[in-house]
Design a protein around this ligand. Structure first.
Ligand code: AHM
Ligand code: MG
Length: 328
């Protein structure tokens, strides 16, 4: 692809490769990119919190100001629901499904998101992100149904994330490889910077919150000990998008397992684990619950939690082997 390819040009050229493509993804992804730029701008101002007033407090004008994660949620909804390709939205920030208002056209897809993942890191200038995914809806009526959302990751048609770090990036896949774009703030455009990302088959990094060791089951401890014996190095930001993105590019494994305190793990299947599992598989990596492939888990409810082991293929295979040997 030509040097300096913008996201818009890339999307148009991808669309041309698939005759019969309706252009729906092109407009959805353009909308996601626009929402990402707005959120990125607000995240960059987070250091001014005490001056401008954020976090549900009043601003200098005495007006109520939204928390940044509620703000990100609202921006995605506002940007995407008018496009006409969605029948509903589910979000980590919303208890229930959001139905597209009646004055907007209804489409064939449902959109799921964690609008601001790792938001506890905002105040300390650490990378955070937005995670999104898209399923084709199964129902035919005017409104999306719960069944449209409760689909296994295997049925995803697109997924991706935005990372608000030292640069803002958009990384996505529609099932034809994984592509990364970096925001050039001087022109306000995402520029293709990482075409056809392939994650290394094996990495040096393992990422897990080791403070929870006393809660782990024996098998997780056994894996981490084995990883340390292989001279792997520990890296844990505590912001999933940041940990995942680093490991995707450098190679490595991220684990947020079930433990004695959280028997279902912490991370959400539909908003966090399945979209990243889709991306990692497209990049040649692997994702698992420790027992079954992550993409095969059937969600029971929209806020379903799941243990997550994700990253370089060899590393995840080794973790699965340790877990199946001593399954407690
Ligand atoms: P959140 O959705 O409330 O932001 O929680 C998800 C975050 C992930 O970004 C991160 O991987 C994980 O929680 C860190 O959890 P812990 O602090 O328990 O290690
Ligand atoms: Mg989250």
């Amino acid at each position: 692809m030509a040097l300096g390819t913008t996201l818009t040009r890339f999307l148009i050229e991808e669309q041309r490769k698939y005759p019969g493509a309706s252009g729906e993804f092109t407009s959805l992804l353009s909308g996601i990119a626009t929402a990402g730029k707005v959120i990125s701008r607000e995240v960059n101002k987070a250091g001014l919190i005490d001056i401008l007033g954020y976090k549900g407090k009043k601003n200098v004008h005495g007006e109520d100001v939204q928390k940044l994660d509620d703000y990100a949620n609202a921006i995605f909804i506002q940007t995407l629901c008018h496009i006409g390709h969605l029948a509903g939205i589910a979000s980590e920030e919303m208890e229930d499904i959001y139905h597209i208002p009646e004055d907007c056209p209804i489409g064939n897809y449902v959109f799921l998101m964690d609008p601001l993942d790792g938001s506890s890191n905002i105040d300390v200038n650490i990378s955070i992100g937005s995670i999104f995914s898209i399923y084709r809806r199964e129902s035919k009526g005017k409104k999306a149904t719960m069944a449209d959302f409760l689909q296994p990751g295997r049925k995803l048609v697109a997924a991706g994330y935005l990372i608000y770090g030292s640069s803002t990036m958009l990384v996505y896949s529609t099932g034809h490889g994984v592509h990364g774009f970096t925001l050039d703030p001087s022109i306000g455009e995402f520029i293709l910077s990482h075409e056809k990302i392939q994650t290394p088959k094996q990495g040096k990094i393992y990422s897990i919150n080791e403070a929870y060791r006393s809660n782990w089951t024996e098998n997780i401890g056994a894996y981490v000990d084995a990883a340390r014996k292989e001279n792997k190095t520990a890296r844990y930001v505590g912001s999933l998008v940041a940990d995942f993105h680093r490991n995707l590019l450098k190679g490595g494994i991220f684990l947020y397992p079930a433990d004695k305190k959280n028997p279902d793990g912490k991370l959400r299947l539909l908003y966090e684990a399945a979209p990243l599992a889709f991306i990692v598989e497209q990049a040649g990596g692997r994702a698992s619950t420790g027992k079954i492939p992550l993409l095969d888990v059937i969600p029971e409810k929209i806020h379903h939690r799941v243990p997550l082991i994700i990253g370089s293929e060899e590393d995840v295979l080794m973790a699965e082997k340790c877990i199946s040997k001593i399954d407690k």
